[in-house]
Ligand binder design. Structure first.
Ligand code: ZN
Length: 218
């Protein structure tokens, strides 16, 4: 990921434009780096539970930990079941194709149904739970995700380009689906073979990055 000069930065925090924002969400500084679950682990392959209790210290702590975990892995989004927690929420820090940076979290996300004139965009996609490989995958180029913040306040996130992809990828996770489940059988097998080769190196790089960022690891 390339960095943008601070003066040229456009940021949307929880869907709302803000004038400036730090390089990393402040939640990360309070968080711990958790182990990221991997393809094959049960928690990734079934729908997560709806969040019913808002505003709890546990939920705030989870968001802190998920931001720290995502940054240590150099990811742009992370779903709770990737942190081994069976709840419907994700965090994100992702630029769209217009260079706008989107940061925040979303609880109990639901995507608007696709419109009839929806257009698919192709781009390469990877997943922190399938460490290493990436593949090209077509997805709708716009999406709207509705949910709440951790205090239960309604949020609407509109995404285009790569951020639309991120919203779809993370919501898929919470429904028990990985991006490789959207690939053909042969391609899926090839991705898993590449992961087996690259996994160890990718996990080692995450440990190094967490140390560089000064994030405590569980
Ligand atoms: Zn993923």
């Amino acid at each position: 990921m390339t960095s943008t000069p601070a003066t040229d930065r456009r940021v949307r925090l929880l869907g709302e434009p803000v004038d400036s924002y730090p390089d990393r969400a402040p939640e990360a500084a309070r968080g711990r780096v958790l182990r990221i679950t991997e393809v094959g682990e049960e928690v990734l392959h079934r729908p997560c539970r709806t969040v019913e209790e808002y505003g709890t210290p546990e939920l705030a702590r989870l968001v802190d930990d998920m931001f720290a975990t995502m940054y240590a892995a150099a990811g742009v989004g992370l779903a709770a079941n990737q942190a081994d927690v069976d709840l419907r929420l994700f965090v994100y820090d992702c630029k769209d194709d217009d260079g706008v940076r989107h940061v925040g979290h979303l609880v109990n996300p639901v995507l608007d149904p696709p419109t009839e004139d929806r257009r698919l965009a192709d781009a390469t996609e990877g997943c922190l739970s399938v460490p290493g490989p990436r593949r090209e995958l077509g997805r709708p180029e716009r999406t709207v995700a509705r949910g709440t913040d951790i205090h239960g306040r309604p949020l609407v996130l509109e995404g285009t380009g790569y951020f639309a992809r991120c919203l779809q990828h993370e919501t898929d996770h919470l429904n028990g689906m990985l991006y490789i489940d959207r690939l053909g059988k042969r391609d899926r097998r090839a991705v898993l073979a590449e992961m087996a080769e690259q996994r160890e190196q990718v996990l080692a790089a995450r440990v190094t990055r967490a140390e560089q960022l000064g994030l405590p690891q569980v």
